[in-house]
Design a protein around this ligand. Structure first.
Ligand code: ATP
Ligand code: MG
Length: 459
């Protein structure tokens, strides 16, 4: 019992393995689009069924009709043979020849007795040849010779009689039910009509799915989403309604977050302004200067929080000249006292949210300026992507910190004892912007020696 089970298990596993490989290669052969797939699912079974039914039914039908037609022709020939052998004929057999031509549609000739030609090689699959031969043997029972292949629309039959040789030409259509061309044309024609109907209906079903996919894509990349009503099949309508609900909820949440942070920052800034005024009235002393610097830092941090909360929501994507934007950044870097190397290649016009995107680049450039002396910004637009790398010759970041420094408020500078105060939000904001454009930022080591931050967005 156990050994039977033990033998059975590998066999099942083998079958399953083979099945999986077949399924995988089938899946590779299948077209990937829903449109083409649905067409195959609808059309393939219908055409297969049609072909199968046609083959089985028509094969049977052809066989019966051919047998009947051959039998009728052979019966006529048999009657002629009887008449020839029973009744006296005129010297040239004119009456019987006329009778056969006019009444039976057969072209006959009565020749002097002689040997039959050598049998022709039979066609490989000939329904007519075999049916006709069988009928002649059965009804007439004399030596005969037939040619069903020679001339296309005639069938030649020669029968050896006691004193003569009877040669008969019958029309092929008299003996053979061959309308397969018409039949196949009908089959192909109806399949095409079926295909046309299926395409029309399928297009209407698939269009809402494509609309929904485009809307989800746009929303994910922060582009404006046009309102569109649910259309198509029930399931697609449900997906559309669910997406619209989700979009409204997400938008509401973002609005709430922004409003709250803006409120808090505004209130705090008012108090800070009051602080600064009071400090100004107190006059100058090292302590007061230190306090002023703290107040300035707090102000800058608040600006940072506000920018983070605001994200780039509300800004519309417009065609923007990246070359011009990089030149502005170049100027900013020079003002900060560095020698930048800024290059750009490819089509400079890209559709994105200019303020958000510039904030993303400026945050990266600020980091590079803060940590390094040489700063290089290399941009290129090709193969549907805008790629901008910001590099510096600073100390860089250990690889294991690459993910961590993207977290809000996460800073390495405190540990490095850099007294410049940052909020630790720069990279979070930059990545937010890149992702809301459908792209991302990746970090690497720069050939200059410091950090290389590469922004990639589809464009
Ligand atoms: N180019 C760089 N070279 C070395 N370290 C870097 C570089 N860029 C970022 N870092 C490290 O990553 C940390 C996080 O950077 P992020 O820009 O998010 O914050 P920040 O620069 O400290 O503050 P903020 O940008 O908000 O003023 C920084 O504190 C710094 O330690
Ligand atoms: Mg920064």
């Amino acid at each position: 019992m156990t050994s039977a089970v033990e033998a059975f298990v590998p066999a099942v596993r083998g079958v399953r393995h083979v099945w999986r490989r077949i399924a995988r290669s089938l899946a590779e052969l299948m077209p990937t689009g829903l449109y083409a797939r649905s067409l195959i699912i609808i059309i393939a079974p219908v055409v297969l069924l049609q072909a199968f039914v046609a083959f089985v039914l028509m094969e049977e039908h052809f066989r019966t009709v051919t047998a009947r037609l051959s039998a009728a022709v052979v019966a006529d020939i048999s009657a002629i043979v009887d008449i020839l052998e029973t009744y006296p004929q005129d010297a040239k057999y004119t009456r019987i020849v006329r009778l056969a031509r006019e009444n039976l549609g057969l072209n006959i000739a009565v020749l002097p007795r002689g040997p039959l030609p050598a049998p022709r090689s039979k066609p490989f699959f000939s329904l007519l040849d075999s049916t006709l031969s069988r009928e002649i043997t059965r009804r007439i029972g004399r030596p005969f010779w037939i040619d069903t292949v020679g001339r296309s629309n005639l069938v030649e039959i020669r029968i050896q009689l006691d004193d003569h040789l009877l040669r008969v030409f019958a029309r092929r259509s008299q003996t053979y039910a061959s309308n397969s061309v018409i039949f196949i044309s009908w089959m192909v024609g109806t399949s095409l009509v079926l295909l046309a109907i299926a395409i029309t209906f399928l297009r209407n079903q698939i269009r809402p799915i494509i609309t929904l996919a485009n809307a989800v894509d746009d929303f994910g990349k922060g582009r404006p989403v046009h309102d569109f009503g649910p259309r198509g099949a029930r399931e697609v309508r449900r997906a559309t309604v669910a997406f619209q609900d989700m979009r409204r909820r997400v938008e509401r949440q973002i609005e709430q977050r922004t409003a709250m942070l803006a409120g808090v920052s505004h209130d705090l800034r008012t108090i800070l302004t009051r602080f600064r005024l009071q400090l100004a009235l107190l006059g100058d002393s090292p302590d007061i200067d230190a306090l002023k610097k703290d107040v300035d830092d707090m102000n800058r941090m608040l600006e940072g929080y506000l920018a983070f909360a605001r994200g780039d929501a509300g800004e519309a994507a417009t065609p923007t000249d990246i070359d011009v934007m990089l030149r502005e950044i170049d100027k900013e870097i020079r003002v900060a006292g560095h020698e930048p190397r800024v290059t750009f290649a490819g089509d400079p016009i890209v559709k994105l949210r200019p303020q958000g995107f510039k904030r993303c680049l400026v945050n990266l450039v600020h980091n590079a300026c803060r940590h390094g002396n040489k700063v290089a910004v290399t941009g290129r637009h090709e193969n549907g992507h805008l790629v901008i790398a910001v590099e510096d010759d600073g100390p860089g970041v250990p690889r294991e910190e690459y993910e961590a420094i993207f977290k809000p408020f996460y800073r390495l500078d405190a540990a490095r004892n850099l007294d410049e105060s940052g909020t630790g939000l720069g990279l979070s904001i930059a990545r937010d912007v890149a992702r809301s454009h459908g792209g991302d930022i990746v970090l690497d080591e720069s050939p200059l020696g410091g950090l290389k931050a590469t922004v990639t967005v589809p464009a």
